[in-house]
Design a protein around this ligand. Structure first.
Ligand SMILES: Nc1ncnc2c1ncn2[C@@H]1O[C@H](COP(=O)(O)OP(=O)(O)O)[C@@H](O)[C@H]1O
Ligand SMILES: [Mg+2]
Length: 265
């Protein structure tokens, strides 16, 4: 159930410090159900810190994180994953010596860590669950168009394909929200186009909202429903891509010198 106003996830007035560095200062965002929400801003602005607060890897010093209207500030990453908050990290998180399919299956097993099925004893229900995972893994493989690559070792794949497997691993959690840190960094334009299409499909076919950090302004403008702009740990603007692009503070702080902004104007 979403909170009033349709927000599935909310950060309220987050504050986070690392020594003298204030990574987040009074940061609030609302992620609407079924939306793609981009975070943009210069390096060091606090984007990854904010994602880490959403997924539970960082705990803000002040403020609260709400999911489906419930305060989850005190919960740790495994519990948030069980609640349906999945994330991908900057760079590659896949196991290089395993196949695409095996990597995706690790996503299912992550759900069961510390569960009742650890140890040697495997009740019938656990075996049934394995079969169910295998079926769902095939669905994810189809969805991500990895049919040809399912038995390939991930270490032999292109960067873009490995990131796609990583996305499959996150989708294996059957998430209610997907949090992605710079998923397109290091990708070719073609790989970016593919991933942009998958992100929109994840939103439209599965109804899963996606929060992502992205630097390519063309991509942000193309796929985002909402954009939050961070600078020095503050949210300096929030709105639709069009609103944000024409915001004077954003232009001054971030877009002013960017060739993408000129091209888009
Ligand atoms: N684990 C950490 N330890 C120390 N400083 C950190 C840590 N994580 C982030 N920071 C600092 O917080 C600020 C924001 O970083 P980050 O959230 O990674 O920014 P962005 O993702 O927007 O580039 C930076 O000054 C960074 O050095
Ligand atoms: Mg970052």
């Amino acid at each position: 159930m979403a909170a009033p106003g349709g927000a599935i996830m909310e950060a309220r007035a987050l504050g986070l410090r690392f020594g003298a560095v204030e990574a987040l200062k009074d940061v609030s965002i609302r992620i609407e159900a079924g939306s793609v929400h981009a975070l943009i801003g210069p390096n060091g602005a606090g984007k990854s810190s904010l994602l880490n607060c959403l997924s539970g890897f960082y705990h803000p010093w002040t403020g609260a994180v709400l999911f489906e209207g419930r305060d989850i500030s005190a919960t740790r990453p495994p519990e948030r994953a069980r609640l349906g908050i999945a994330r991908t990290f900057q760079g590659i998180q896949t196991y290089p010596s395993m196949t695409a399919r095996e990597n995706i299956l690790t996503g299912f097993h992550a759900q069961m860590k510390g569960g009742v099925f650890s140890g040697l004893f495997r009740p019938r229900s656990a075996i049934r669950q394995e079969e169910e995972f295998a079926t769902r893994a095939e669905e994810i493989i189809d969805f991500l168009e990895l049919e040809q690559d399912r038995h390939r070792t991930v270490g032999d794949m292109s960067y873009g394909l490995r990131k796609r497997v990583d996305l499959g691993r996150a989708l294996a959690l059957a998430p209610k929200i997907l949090v992605m840190d710079e998923p397109m960094a290091g990708m070719s334009p073609e790989e970016k186009g593919d991933l942009a299409r998958f992100i929109l499909d994840i939103r439209d076919h599965f109804g899963i909202p996606v929060v992502l950090v992205e630097h390519d302004m063309d991509v942000v403008m193309d796929i985002s429903d909402r954009v939050s702009v961070l600078e020095f740990g503050h949210v300096i603007a929030e709105g639709t891509p069009t609103e944000v692009r024409s915001d004077a503070r954003v232009i001054a702080a971030y877009l002013g010198g960017a060739p993408e902004a000129e091209a888009a104007a």
